[in-house]
Design a protein around this ligand. Structure first.
Ligand SMILES: Cc1cc2nc3c(=O)[nH]c(=O)nc-3n(C[C@H](O)[C@H](O)[C@H](O)COP(=O)(O)O)c2cc1C
Ligand code: SF4
Length: 597
């Protein structure tokens, strides 16, 4: 491998350090730029960065190995990552990836010999309404088919820079099909901040309390309570963090909010900053949405010009607040708020012990409010209109509306905003899901709902959701849903605690075994037991929910797996034949004796 000279590295990285500064908390942002320069993070550069930032080599190496968009080995000038959500698979992702690899004589996961290209799978890229989707060097590719892949292959062979590829390849549509108070009522930039200044801090907090707004990121915690806890916490500084990690497979509503309603989101952050007395905010943008960054920076710049960010916002002395965009690098766990803060501070995104919670000990150990993109948009609307307007929609415990990301087997996938309390059946009718058999509500960490439950309501009292709805018709193999989810969690587990690290791997192996036709009744009991251990003993929400789809399948869809079981009471936890398949290929032997030399 090529050895990089110190002086060469220093010269090449000078603009990177100029852009991000020389503080340890910028490590991830620096590494993302370095990955773009070399197509990997060379060993000598790890040492150089560690020295420049005054951190250990191990912590830099740790981050390189933790984030899937960083790599210690070259991934080639072009890195094509196919989105591996169940919806992409339903739309033919596996076949297309194979077609592309065969066309270019490539093996998935390996870089071509000329170091030009690598092709691999990645967790959901948040474009399920227009899949099969992929990312090429961070640029989004939608509606992939053989024709588009032929074009892409020829441009890669010709070494055409991705920035010169036809723009139609990168078109990501909003696909908004139904609007309510968030997406459907107009808001001029600054209107909500003006209303906040007129009302005053205390009354604004009371208004948010009266709105009964609950967080839209999944857990549904009271937003007013978080604001008042953060306000009451003492510290050198207070921080506002917008969680735009949106990693739950099947969710893409935050993508649309950021693309077309960014002012609303930034305004909600600014109002929250006014309430708790924060001067600095961060938008933690998932690496998969890197292509939105430029547009978002432009919105921020416009807001600074308009006096909506910066010093003395709208002429109010002492009201100083600004927002910085921080990129993630392909790690689902970084959506968990304490892991996100670790990542913001430049480290690997491993969840912290809680309590203490971020509202008292968050970014740099200071009081920090972490809210979802949609939650901030709601805060802005409540401040501009009022709580009565907001609570005119929804149910007792779930006021307002919910934006749903709908994909899978339906005629009109996309974005639908409903008052809380809408039944699943109404949603299915609206999006043209005529033959729905099952719905995954809130992604792999959520609930797999059978057609008997379609009269259940979307709300915190019944079916809570961060926003993802994936629809499956009668033709679909439910076992594949559990399999996709088991693989997802085994890949995304951060490995910190044993129940989740081991449990997700065992769960994956057993589901693979059942899918291959070697499962037994014993395996089903094992799955339940592993699920119980993960739910009750894991360190964070990822482990608590990693068995949800598998357990729902076992309980609600027995037909999905019963015919696949061998009628044995016991069977080994892995398939020996399959494990030896690679060795057989290498030795060219296919006889039984080859197994036991
Ligand atoms: C594994 C995991 C992933 C998560 N991903 C996200 C995410 O992508 N976006 C989000 O807003 N919340 C996510 N959350 C929830 C956050 O930890 C946190 O509760 C949320 O950002 C709080 O915002 P809210 O009160 O506005 O909902 C995740 C939680 C877990 C356990
Ligand atoms: S539950 Fe999983 S993701 Fe969470 S800390 Fe444990 S290993 Fe990491």
């Amino acid at each position: 491998m090529k050895i990089y000279e110190f002086s060469q590295i220093e010269h090449q990285l000078a603009p990177v350090f100029e852009r991000h500064g020389c503080e340890a908390k910028q490590l991830l942002q620096i590494l993302l730029d370095v990955q773009e320069i070399y197509f990997f993070i060379p060993d000598e550069v790890v040492t150089y960065i560690a020295n420049r930032l005054g951190v250990s080599r191990v912590s830099v190496e740790g981050a390189v190995n933790f984030y899937s968009f960083l790599s210690p080995k070259s991934v080639g000038e072009y890195r094509l990552l196919f989105s591996d959500n169940i919806t992409d698979q339903m739309l033919g992702k596996n076949e297309l990836m194979q077609y592309f690899c065969e066309k270019l004589w490539l093996e998935p996961g390996k870089v071509s010999e000329d170091n030009l290209l690598s092709v691999d799978s990645t967790s959901c890229t948040g474009m399920c309404d227009q899949g099969p989707a992929a990312l090429v060097n961070g640029w989004p590719l939608t509606n992939l088919d053989q024709q588009r892949l032929d074009l892409i292959a020829s441009m890669i062979r010709d070494r055409t820079p991705v920035s010169s590829w036809p723009s139609m390849l990168f078109k990501v549509k909003d696909n908004i099909h139904r609007s309510e108070i968030l997406l459907g009522t107009p808001s001029a930039a600054g209107a909500a901040i003006n209303a906040t200044l007129e009302r005053g801090n205390v009354a604004t907090l009371r208004e948010i309390e009266a709105s009964r707004l609950r967080g839209r990121g999944g857990a549904g915690y009271s937003t007013a309570k978080k604001l008042s806890d953060c306000l009451a916490s003492s510290g050198k500084s207070h921080y506002i963090v917008c969680n735009a990690d949106e990693g739950e497979p099947g969710t893409f509503k935050d993508r649309v909010l950021l693309n077309s309603y960014a002012d609303l989101v930034f305004e909600g952050m600014t109002i929250s900053a006014k309430v708790v007395g924060a001067t600095q905010g961060f938008l933690y943008l998932r690496g998969e949405y890197r292509y939105l960054r430029r547009k978002l920076e432009e919105v921020l710049a416009q807001r600074r010009i308009a006096g909506l960010l910066g010093r003395s916002i709208l002429g109010e002395s002492g009201f100083d607040f600004d927002i910085e965009i921080h990129l993630g690098a392909g790690a689902y766990i970084c959506g968990e708020e304490s892991a996100l803060i670790e990542s913001l501070e430049g480290r690997s995104g491993r969840p912290r012990n809680r309590p203490p919670f971020p509202v008292t000990h968050g970014y740099l150990d200071q009081p920090t409010l972490v809210d979802n993109v949609e939650t901030f948009a709601c805060v802005s609307k409540i401040a501009e209109y009022d709580s009565a307007w907001f609570t005119s929609l929804g149910t007792d415990q779930s006021s307002g509306s919910k934006i749903l990301s709908i994909s899978g087997d339906c005629a009109r996938p996309g974005i639908y905003e409903y008052p809380f309390g809408v039944t699943l059946q109404e949603v299915l009718d609206d999006c043209g899901a005529e033959d729905a058999y099952a719905v995954q509500v809130s992604g792999p960490s959520g609930t797999l709902v059978s057609s008997k439950e379609f009269l259940r309501r979307i709300c915190f009292e019944d079916l809570p959701t961060a926003g993802a709805l994936v629809i499956f018709n009668r033709e679909r193999d439910i076992l594949q849903i559990a399999l996709n989810s088991a693989h997802f969690f085994a890949y995304e587990s951060c490995g910190f605690c044993t129940p989740c690290r081991v449990g997700t791997q065992l769960q994956k192996k057993i589901i693979d075994k059942i899918s291959d036709g070697y499962g037994t009744a014993y395996d089903l009991e094992e799955l339940k037991y592993i699920g119980h251990i993960m739910r009750t003993m894991s360190h964070c929400g990822l482990g608590h929910t990693a068995a949800n789809q598998v357990i729902d399948m076992l309980e609600k869809f027995p037909d999905a797996y019963k015919h696949k079981l061998k009628k044995l009471v016991f069977g080994p936890a892995f398939d020996l034949d399959r494990a030896l398949e690679k060795a057989r290929k290498i030795t060219g032997r296919d006889d039984k004796l080859a197994d036991f030399p």
